[in-house]
Design a binder for this molecule. Structure first.
Ligand code: KG4
Ligand code: ZN
Length: 336
């Protein structure tokens, strides 16, 4: 079964072809960084318009690279949410129309389920059950995963998502969008000098809160000399606080669920320091840890093609309606 995967939920137009037995056949991506850079963040209308321009050429490109004819595609998977409504509609409309024209089934994929399953594209792939930490621009979720579609929410952010906290902190340090990678680069020149709080780790529970960390960063910045080294030291302290907070909560989640496998995915999981601290925690706790390769941590078409393939193989399909949900709780997903 060949599945075409389409991702347009935010600021990346991404397309991939996944084969149920042969694995990932081809994938490609267009990032809108240059489109949004001058505005310091994603402008939804510009995102939608750019998806319209790029999506069909990218679909043609993966078909060409795969050396398969469109008639060989057995199903089309598209990100139906959560995400920006206009951006989602471009992918959903294109996918649904192609499926209708090609007389093939379409399947709506939940973006965060795509992230959650992305580590399964790697050679060292996790088995169920496991604890998943999903850290992206819009979400921070700790989930007990018993199987595809069997998600029990253990904890989530009560305010800013981890990626959002990176982006906002980067902005107040005067860094360009997208802030996460920029802040991480700056932190590599930083020295241990400031001690930032590890929010909500001093009380039981698995929820997160990152907005206080952002305020703490702002106050530290305002009372510093605001020189380049001050900024780097602040970025370093912020990243350490973020990494350690995530590690403490993951350790707690593994303990609470008595599970010994941790899956970490979503854009922020590309962060090297966060990966290092989570690896260290798992090693000490006797747990196994699984990440996607860095390019599949951030948004990509491969994870959507893969998640869609699993659901299509199980006989699930979406009707003829164009299905897009900017907000879509994961517990509404069907079990496989
Ligand atoms: O999963 P993703 O690509 O898109 C969403 O689903 O939101 O995640 C994007 C988020 C952004 O907030 C971005 O700043 C952050 O992931 N990010 C990083 C890094 N790479 C991307 N944050 C910290 N360090 C990174 N290396
Ligand atoms: Zn994402």
């Amino acid at each position: 079964m060949y599945v075409l995967g389409i991702e347009t939920s935010c600021d990346e137009t991404a397309v991939a072809i996944y084969h149920a037995k042969k694995g990932l056949i081809a994938h490609t991506l267009h990032s809108q960084i240059l489109t949004h850079n001058e505005y310091g963040g994603v402008v939804p209308e510009l995102a939608s318009r750019d998806h319209v321009r790029k999506l069909i050429p990218l679909i043609n490109q993966v078909l060409l690279e795969s050396r398969i004819n469109a008639s060989a595609i057995n199903g089309i998977a598209y990100t139906a949410g959560p995400g920006l409504m206009g951006a989602l509609l471009v992918g959903a409309t294109t996918a649904r129309s192609l499926a209708w024209a090609w007389q093939k089934p379409a399947i709506a994929v939940h973006h965060m389920e795509g992230h959650l399953l992305a580590p399964m594209l790697e050679e060292q792939s996790p088995e169920f059950p496991f604890v998943a930490l999903l850290i992206s621009g819009g979400h921070t979720l700790l989930i007990e995963v018993s199987g595809v579609g069997q998600y029990c929410l253990l904890g989530e952010s009560l305010d800013d998502a981890a990626g959002e906290a990176f982006d906002k902190t980067a902005k107040l340090l005067g860094l360009d969008y997208p802030g996460g990678p920029a802040l991480s680069n700056l932190a590599s020149q930083g020295k241990p000098r400031f001690k930032f709080p590890r929010p909500m780790t001093d009380r039981p529970g698995l929820d997160f809160s990152f907005s206080g960390l952002k305020t703490f960063t702002l106050n530290t910045y305002n009372t510093s000399n605001q020189a380049q080294q001050d900024k780097a030291d602040i970025a370093f302290a912020f990243q350490q606080a973020m990494a350690e907070t995530l590690a403490i909560k993951c350790k707690r989640a593994l303990h609470q669920t008595s599970l010994s496998r941790l899956v970490v995915a979503g854009g922020v999981s590309a962060n090297q320091e966060i990966r290092r601290q989570l690896e260290q925690m798992c090693e000490k706790s006797g747990a196994q840890i699984f990440f996607p390769r860095p390019e599949f941590c951030t948004d990509n078409g491969a994870m959507i093609a893969y998640a869609g393939c699993l659901r299509l193989q199980a006989g699930q399909t979406q009707g003829l309606e164009i299905f897009a949900r900017p907000r879509w709780p994961m517990n509404e997903l069907l079990n496989l």
